[in-house]
Design a protein. Structure first.
Length: 250
């Protein structure tokens, strides 16, 4: 296992990194902040940075950020206090995320889901390869801790957070800023969908796959790591598409 230090990448830093690409920025900010909260990178009750600071971190205008905060307030994910000691605070509940996630799934087409799955397949495979080639001892320890946290989860919120955080930390382990940002974006779109109660993911079974993946990374077996990451992605997307089809039949 290489001994070089990572280049300062962190999960929180990736979540609050500047948005890339074109398209509507307000929706992208909503997804990015929802992901940070859903993953537990930002905790319930935590105060968000000031509008100016947060807009600068995300590389958007303060107007765009304010529009995103309006959407998040409407969804019940944040609330705003006025006056002294005021600001925007996280106030998301498991029920809020479940309701908004199922509604979003029903609005997505099968093609959109498959395209999203294709992107996750490509990113997950690349992340696994570079994690196996570049990971350091501290990365392995952190990934094993998240695997244990997923295995021991007794409710879906903690399972979802441990699972998503695992995938982001594996990208951090790969020492690629672009791949880490890509993984953050994908988790923003996928994590809450994949852990909908009706999908019935088993934390212990998913943790077993993570454990095998960490073992491959520790052995520097990039081929096996890629195979495991891609296989898990394929299985999950198939189940998600099946649920989407079930919902459309109702």
């Amino acid at each position: 296992m290489p001994h070089q230090e990572r280049a300062g990448l962190t999960a929180l830093g990736a979540v609050l990194s500047p948005l890339e690409g074109g398209g509507p920025k307000t929706e992208a900010v909503v997804q990015r902040l929802s992901a940070a909260i859903s993953l537990g990178v930002m905790a319930d009750g935590q105060q968000l940075p000031s509008e100016t600071d947060l807009a600068n971190q995300l590389g958007v205008s303060t107007m765009t950020l304010r529009e995103a905060l309006v959407v998040l307030r409407q969804q019940g994910i944040v609330h705003t206090k006025r006056g002294r000691g005021g600001g925007s605070f996280i106030s998301a509940s498991a029920e809020v995320f479940e309701n908004t996630s199922q509604a979003r799934l029903q609005q997505m087409s099968i093609q959109e889901l498959r395209d999203l799955g294709d992107e996750q397949f490509a990113v997950a495979g690349a992340v696994a390869v570079f994690a196996a080639r570049r990971g350091v001892r501290a990365d392995i320890v952190r990934l094993r801790s998240l695997t244990d946290r997923l295995k021991d989860s007794t409710e879906l919120v903690s399972a979802r957070r441990a699972d998503s955080r695992f995938h982001i930390e594996m990208a951090v382990c790969a020492q690629s800023t672009r791949l880490t940002r890509a993984e953050v974006g994908l988790q923003a779109e996928l994590s809450a969908l994949l852990w909908l109660p009706r999908l019935k993911l088993d934390p212990a079974a998913e943790a077993a796959t993570h454990r095998d993946l960490v073992d491959a990374i520790e052995r520097e077996d990039d081929a096996q790591a890629r195979e495991l990451a891609e296989s898990q992605t394929e299985s999950r997307i198939r189940r998600l598409v099946a649920l989407r089809l079930e919902l459309s039949d109702r």
